[in-house]
Design a protein around this ligand. Structure first.
Ligand SMILES: [Zn+2]
Length: 133
């Protein structure tokens, strides 16, 4: 849905100007995330001699395209969450430490030398803390 300026202002303020998921301060560029993803219809069109995927503008579940189903997010969280339901997003986030341990020498050395201390605490989204006080 295309938000009006006042809807966008209200959405930005929903969690005190912070990302609903990580809680960082929203900067000039921020996204409106569909909490439960809308499914957009795509089609292939020929552009510059190649076929590219393009949104037709049709939403398959239009009942989810409303203000109550939107959260203000930083671009990083919104792009990573993509169309995942919240619990899938939470599960993906909880795998980050193990992935970094396996694949990042920087992380391995940072942990080895005490620069990173891993927490075993569960992933709690900012909006969950915001709502619960
Ligand atoms: Zn975020």
């Amino acid at each position: 849905m295309k938000l009006t300026k006042s809807q966008r202002t209200a959405l930005h303020a929903k969690f005190g100007g912070k990302c609903a998921y990580c809680g960082c301060e929203l900067l000039k560029v921020w996204h409106a995330d569909h909490i439960e993803a809308v499914k957009r219809e795509f089609e292939f069109v020929k552009k510059g001699g190649i076929h590219v995927s393009q949104c037709t503008g049709v939403i398959e579940n239009p009942h989810l395209d409303n203000l109550e189903n939107l959260n203000p997010t930083c671009p990083q969280c919104n792009l990573y969450k993509h169309s995942m339901p919240l619990e899938s997003f939470r599960r993906e986030l909880s795998k980050q430490v193990e992935r970094a341990r396996k694949s990042s020498k920087n992380f391995q050395f940072a942990e080895k030398y005490g620069q990173v201390i891993v927490s075993e605490s569960p992933i709690v989204f900012y909006f969950e803390r915001f709502i619960n006080g």
